[in-house]
Design a protein around this ligand. Structure first.
Ligand code: NDP
Ligand code: 2IT
Length: 448
């Protein structure tokens, strides 16, 4: 979709000038602006209120030094980030990414996406994101703990249960959240729901671990049903082998699909018999090993070096669950040629704009990240509710709420797309539906 609306095209130029060297952020804004063109035409009041200019500028962003001492007694320095993007509909909410590739532009793209995603969940959460260029891989538990404590020593000044509530993302799982929570509690001398994704013994919610992957499958199932299709008997390829990929594999399998491939940043495994998820959980969640170890116990499975090869495996449904821009035009064309009829995104922005064009040209059903992976943050919202009422709900209760939220998210995307004349374009629907709630709140609250 080209950006032909002059007002948004001019504003995008300003965003580009103001944020040089942030290609991922520009990519995310461009996609949203393209979808919002009919909204600009229909809603001059939102233009008048300056909502578009304001929504692309974070309310606040913090960058800080994170010094820590490694196991050899040497001082290491990482860079920490927290971008508090938008608080129109609730406290800032979004994960913390720990990965060597992290920089301000990546955190801003993630924070920007989070605004619309959180709005779609129907829960009162604003958009934020943070992280560091620290790489937990290959570090000892002691090193990870010292990093997390140093990170939180600064971050704790900027967050709070009613202000900004971080959670996990790439590289930040239960271990890291535990160390960060402990340090927050110690410095602030308060036990509050300041983080989500906490352990079950100290305020975490049942089903939060499963939520993003399960939610992705709940959303995909709705999208398939609405188009006369289902998971039953289908072949599925899932990239990544982290939190999202593992629980997407579990739920897709429960729905009767066969998941035949998973990956990590080194390569991918193909198991024509269907992935043995217990083995993957043991390797990844317990032993923190590489995915290639899978073939040691599954000799009929194959391991291939390199990530993008996973998209050459013939499948019906592709669920990218690793990282941004992992499916480019070429990979999308191979998926289409092999008869793939649905792509739904567990990762944030895993498809390049050119890949999305290929899906659209080939009539591939496309579930965009900000709708399809919203189950994680939605369940974080449910964790916040449980913390506020100092109660904990059963797994079934949380899972049922999550399921209903994903059904509602699909409905909102579907009906916004129809209302704005783009039936079946769930990307446009997600962007419009997510935007409108935040925009109304921003307009109502005046020029802030
Ligand atoms: P994990 O850290 O648990 O797993 C990440 C997985 O993706 C690993 O298999 C990792 O491989 C792979 N990966 C990471 N970076 C790259 C890269 N640059 N190239 C290739 N593979 C890579 O993270 P999650 O499962 O939590 O997150 C996966 C995606 O889902 C991210 O895009 C995240 O933003 C998104 N997401 C996560 C949510 C959550 O609740 N956790 C909620 C919504 C979205 P390796 O081990 O080799 O690094
Ligand atoms: O991208 C995401 O939505 C997440 N990493 C989850 C954020 C959260 O606050 O649970």
């Amino acid at each position: 979709m080209a950006l032909t609306n002059k007002y948004l095209a001019d504003l995008l130029e300003t965003v580009k000038k103001r944020n040089p060297a942030e290609p991922e952020f520009i990519q995310a804004v461009t996609e949203v602006f393209e979808s919002l063109q009919p909204v600009v035409e229909k809603r001059p009041d939102l233009v008048e209120a300056g909502v578009f200019e304001r929504i692309v500028e974070p309310e606040r962003q913090v960058m800080f030094r994170v010094p820590w001492v490694d196991d050899n007694g040497k001082v290491q320095v990482n860079r920490g980030f927290r971008v508090q993007f938008n608080s129109a509909i609730g406290p800032y909410k979004g994960g913390l990414r720990l990965h060597p590739s992290v920089n301000l532009g990546i955190i801003k793209f993630l924070g920007f996406e989070q605004i619309f995603k959180n709005s779609l969940t129907t829960l009162p959460m604003g958009g934020g994101k943070g992280g560091s260029d620290f790489d937990p891989k290959g570090k000892s538990d002691g090193e990870v703990m010292r990093f997390c404590q140093s990170f939180m020593t600064e971050l704790c000044r900027h967050i709070g249960a009613d202000l900004d509530v971080p959670a996990g993302d790439i590289g930040t799982g239960a271990r890291e959240i535990g160390y960060m929570f402990g340090q927050y509690k110690r410095i602030r001398n308060e036990f509050t729901g300041v983080l989500t994704g906490k352990g079950l013994t100290y305020g975490g919610s049942l089903a939060r671990t499963q939520a993003t992957g399960y939610g992705l499958c709940y959303f995909t199932n709705e999208m398939l049903k609405a188009n006369g299709k289902s998971f039953e008997g289908k072949t599925v390829v899932i990239s990544g082998s982290g939190n999202v990929a593992i629980y997407a594999t579990e739920k897709a399998t429960e729905y009767g699909a066969k998941v035949v491939a998973l990956s990590d940043s080194n390569g991918y495994i193909y198991d024509a018999n269907g992935i043995d998820l217990d083995c993957v959980k043991q390797l990844k969640e317990v032993e923190r090993k590489r995915i290639k170890e899978y073939v040691a116990t599954h000799p009929t499975a194959e391991y291939h070096e390199g990530c993008s090869g996973i998209w050459t495996i013939k499948c019906d449904i592709a669920l990218p669950c690793a990282t941004q821009n992992e499916i480019n035009k070429e990979s999308a064309e191979i998926l289409a040629k092999n008869g793939c009829f649905a792509v739904a995104e567990g990762a944030n922005m895993p498809s390049t704009p050119e890949a999305i064009e290929v899906y659209q040209k080939n009539g591939i059903l496309y579930g965009p990240a900000k709708a399809a992976n919203a189950g994680g943050v939605a369940t974080s919202g449910l964790e916040m509710s449980q913390n506020s009422e100092r109660l904990s709900w059963t797994f079934e209760e949380v899972d049922e709420k999550l399921h209903n939220i994903m059904i509602e998210i699909f409905k909102s995307c579907d009906s916004a797309a129809k209302e704005y004349g783009m039936e079946g374009n769930y990307m446009a629907g997600a962007n419009i539906a997510g935007f409108l709630k935040v925009a109304e709140a921003m307009k109502a609250q005046g020029c802030v």
